[in-house]
Design a binder for this molecule. Structure first.
Ligand code: AMP
Length: 285
């Protein structure tokens, strides 16, 4: 496995791979690799000849009071785990190479970026789309794998690919969960013991809404009320939002028809960790 940090070297490597007809797959991550990331890598290996995992904690997607400085970093271990799981190239650029002093260009998916998580994290998706477009330009993948865990992110990237006529194909992977249903996340490491014990309730609320849907309930208000009944009883987190939306526009729906995204964000009370999760009903992303 190669480890590349220089964007120019990565680009040259990709160009030489493409010249010999290799299909390149990219899995963008912020590192601290876990089973969720590894499931993306496994899909990538099935879709591409050369699998590149990028590891970059992207300052542009963190707000001023967010956890950029404390975000878990485990580079040596990440490289070992990536190699054991069949990764061909780890691309881990330095912040100063991605955003040199005069850096001044950002990409914004305007409306979708203001919805759901965008309401409380105003510059977050602008940072995500900017770095992902840069990664696409450097690695030049034919396919890129993202997780449905971050459904809004995947939807926004899909919009950017379409709006900007990019040539990359997007693959969206299912959510990998702990035994109690909690979506695996690097940020789960922040949780206190009590918060972790109750965190499985987040997915239970989503499952409850999905079960009501499967039993014929189509009124979004009823589904949200049912979820909130469960969440209101939680002692270790507060709900930031529960949203039932069209997965293309992220507009709220009153009556469920076709594919619908049911998404939730909570903030834990002691460690102040922000956790997100979702289910899709009536189809797939
Ligand atoms: P991150 O390192 O948190 O930026 O995540 C990198 C990629 O892994 C994103 O596309 C995430 O959606 C995906 N991902 C993170 N957690 C999970 C999970 N539990 N299941 C599936 N994909 C995930």
């Amino acid at each position: 496995m190669k480890v590349v940090s220089d964007p120019g070297e990565m680009k040259n490597l990709s160009l030489s791979l493409q010249r010999i007809g290799r299909r390149i797959g990219l899995v963008p991550t912020m590192g601290a690799l876990h089973d969720g990331h590894l499931s993306l890598l496994s899909r990538c290996r099935g879709l591409a000849d050369t699998s590149v995992v990028s590891i970059f904690v992207n300052p542009a997607q963190f707000g001023p009071s967010e956890d950029f400085d404390t975000y878990p970093r485990a580079f040596e271990n990440d490289c070992r785990v990536a190699e054991e799981n069949g990764c061909d190239v780890v691309f881990a650029p330095r912040v100063s190479d991605m955003y040199p002093g005069k850096y001044d260009t950002y990409v914004t998916v305007e409306r979708l970026g203001t919805r759901l998580c965008g309401a409380s994290r105003p510059a977050h998706f602008r940072g995500v789309t900017t770095v992902v477009l840069k990664l696409f330009n450097i690695v030049m993948p034919q396919v890129a794998v993202f997780g449905r865990k971050d459904a809004q992110q995947a939807i926004i990237i899909r919009r950017m690919i379409s709006d900007l006529n990019l040539s990359v194909t997007l693959d969206i992977a299912p959510v990998v969960r702990e035994d109690d249903g909690l979506a695996v996340s690097s940020r789960n490491a922040y949780l206190t013991g009590d918060e972790r014990k109750e965190a499985g309730e987040i997915y239970k609320g989503l499952c409850w809404a999905r079960e009501l849907y499967q039993n014929g309930e189509r009124n979004a208000g009823e589904l949200r009320t049912a979820m909130m009944q469960l969440y209101d009883a939680a002692r270790s987190f507060n709900v930031e939002y529960t949203e039932i939306v069209d997965p293309d526009t992220l507009d709220p729906v009153d009556t469920l028809a076709g594919t619908v995204l049911i998404a939730v964000a909570v903030r834990t009370k002691w460690s102040k960790t922000r956790l997100i999760d979702n289910v899709i009903v009536g189809g797939e992303l």
